[in-house]
Design a protein around this ligand. Structure first.
Ligand SMILES: Cc1cc2nc3c(=O)[nH]c(=O)nc-3n(C[C@H](O)[C@H](O)[C@H](O)COP(=O)(O)OP(=O)(O)OC[C@H]3O[C@@H](n4cnc5c(N)ncnc54)[C@H](O)[C@@H]3O)c2cc1C
Length: 295
């Protein structure tokens, strides 16, 4: 069973940079975040249960294994919480439910916004990437509180060159209303710049994310700074609990996707050894291993 605190699985590639080209995944020249996650999901065994919108808060050991949040009994656990359960930084405005439906923090498919007027709020790489992708299908205005963007200059140049993109700076959103089926946003000018109103069908907010892994401490897991200390088999200080991905810490580790793939393999092999000590595992073939486990 896979638990994720967000409404979909896929972690940072899916949520933070779905359209960025990733060039360091073995066997792909390059692949974007959404496609990578889609491919990984399509490779899951059909028995895999994915439970989204569930932040695991509590893990208790009993005689049969571990009880997660009083709902699931597991024999072994792999903690792969990355930078932590992350939440988008929200637009700091009062909004009705109807308005909220048109305010997005994640985008799955930019085609969903085709032929619409879209406001993108933010000034970092995510905001610039999203604006570029949306501009393939929609009219886009990108609104940032400073004249300078924090994202790549190359992307700022690209946005400036597109005729269906307008850059509005330096503005802060002050109020949002639904008027004549359009979002009417009051933008407060900063410095000498005059305030103005803009109308959009939908808006995308890319102010970044808050994340933390503090909850892991309550599970009795030994930390190394803010990350989990593991041994070379990816085991934590508790028998039966393993960890993989950006949440782990050991000398020389770098926060990259490919490392997480390898660490997951080590953790799974170690779990198989724990659970089936009487069997001889053929380490070089995962298909043989999965047959052994599931018979
Ligand atoms: C902008 C950006 C660009 C990057 N580009 C690259 C790149 O080009 N190549 C590369 O290799 N790496 C890149 N990275 C790094 C890469 O994204 C990370 O190394 C990778 O996502 C780590 O994977 P993970 O599964 O360990 O954690 P994450 O991707 O952070 O996933 C952790 C998941 O666990 C969930 N979670 C956390 N706590 C709980 C809980 N208590 N209960 C349930 N669910 C929980 C979270 O919601 C999240 O979905 C980039 C990162 C960023 C931010």
């Amino acid at each position: 069973m896979i638990f994720d605190s967000l409404s979909e699985v896929g972690g940072q590639p899916q949520m933070l940079y779905p359209f960025k080209k990733i060039s360091d995944i073995p066997a792909y020249n390059s692949i974007n975040g959404t496609a990578l996650i889609q491919n990984l999901k399509s490779g899951l065994p059909k028995e895999t249960e994915i439970i989204t919108n569930h932040k695991v808060n509590d893990i208790k050991k009993n005689a049969d294994g571990f009880v997660l949040d009083n709902v699931v009994l597991a024999k072994s656990i792999i903690i792969a919480t990355g930078a932590g359960a992350f939440k988008p930084k929200e637009l700091p405005l009062k909004m009705s439910d109807e308005i909220q439906k048109r305010v997005h923090y994640f985008i799955k498919d930019p085609k969903d916004f085709a032929n619409q007027k879209i406001g993108v709020f933010g000034g970092g790489n995510s905001a610039l990437d999203l604006a570029i992708e949306l501009a393939n299908y929609a009219n886009v205005k990108i609104i940032h509180r400073r004249n300078e963007f924090r994202g790549l200059e190359l992307n700022v140049k690209k946005l400036r060159s597109l005729t269906n993109v307008k850059i509005l700076t330096p503005y802060l959103p002050k109020d949002i209303q639904l008027i004549n089926n359009q979002l009417d946003i009051t933008l407060k000018g900063i410095g000498d710049v005059q305030s103005r109103h803009e109308q959009f069908d939908q808006i995308v907010v890319a102010y970044g994310f808050k994340a933390n892994n503090r909850f892991i401490k309550n599970w009795g897991i030994e930390l190394n700074g803010t990350n989990i200390a593991v041994d070379p088999t990816m085991k934590t200080n508790i028998d039966g609990i393993y960890a993989a991905g950006d949440v782990v810490s050991y000398p020389g580790r770098v926060p990259l996707i490919a490392l997480g793939f390898g660490e997951a393999q080590i953790a799974i092999t170690s779990i198989m050894r724990d659970l089936f000590p009487e069997k001889t595992l053929t380490i070089h073939s995962t298909s043989i291993m999965s047959k052994m486990c599931c018979k």
